[in-house]
Design a protein around this ligand. Structure first.
Ligand SMILES: [Zn+2]
Length: 191
């Protein structure tokens, strides 16, 4: 039996604070979309070099239930994220715009141990633990943080290495990139 037709679909509020407590144990699915600005996402805000007008993320979410043999159907959540933030370019140390366009799929498990047992090799979907006050804002923020590049840079040829960023040549990429964050940190503290 397809549970989805029998269950109500609840519209998620676009209000960022309303996303902090969503009941993922209730027999209902969700659908919604909205925009989160950088100040709505405190952990993302710590990473940015500046907040430029228009920075932030459009999100859209849709959930449905999928049958699972031998247990209750699992709720599946599809999350789309599209937006922009500004990070420090690790070549020139100026701000650079980073665009994200991500799609993620999650499966809600009833308990922590079920989520722990969920096969790691499933790259199509990640397990989440359902709760009556699930913090969806935190999940969205986690996905943004996981999606941003570790070493953000302007496109090749777009900028010149900052004087403190040594040896940013094409031939010795790996070792210098490991060292660079320390140089950058030192310089940031000096300035
Ligand atoms: Zn740059």
């Amino acid at each position: 039996m397809d549970r989805n037709h029998a269950l109500p679909q609840v519209q998620l509020s676009a209000e960022s604070n309303a996303l902090r407590r969503i009941d993922f144990c209730a027999p209902q699915s969700y659908k919604g979309a909205g925009f989160l600005s950088i100040p709505d996402l405190p952990r993302v805000a710590e990473e940015v070099s500046a907040v430029v007008s228009g920075d932030g993320f459009h999100w859209d979410i849709q959930t449905h239930f999928e049958p699972s043999p031998g247990s209750e159907p699992h709720q599946i959540m599809e999350l789309g994220l599209k937006g922009r933030l500004h990070l420090t370019c690790q070549r020139c140390l100026q701000g650079c715009a980073v665009d994200l366009d991500e799609k993620r799929r999650f499966i809600f498990m009833a308990t922590e141990s079920q989520a722990d047992d969920y096969p790691l090799e499933d790259e199509d979907q990640e397990p989440l633990v359902a709760s009556q006050q699930f913090n969806l804002l935190e999940t969205i923020e986690d996905e943004i943080l996981l999606s941003i590049p570790l070493i953000p840079k302007h496109p090749e040829g777009f900028c010149e290495p900052h004087a403190s960023v040594f040896g940013d040549g094409e031939d010795d990429d790996v070792p210098t990139e490991r060292e660079n964050p320390f140089n950058i940190l030192k310089n940031m503290k000096k300035n």
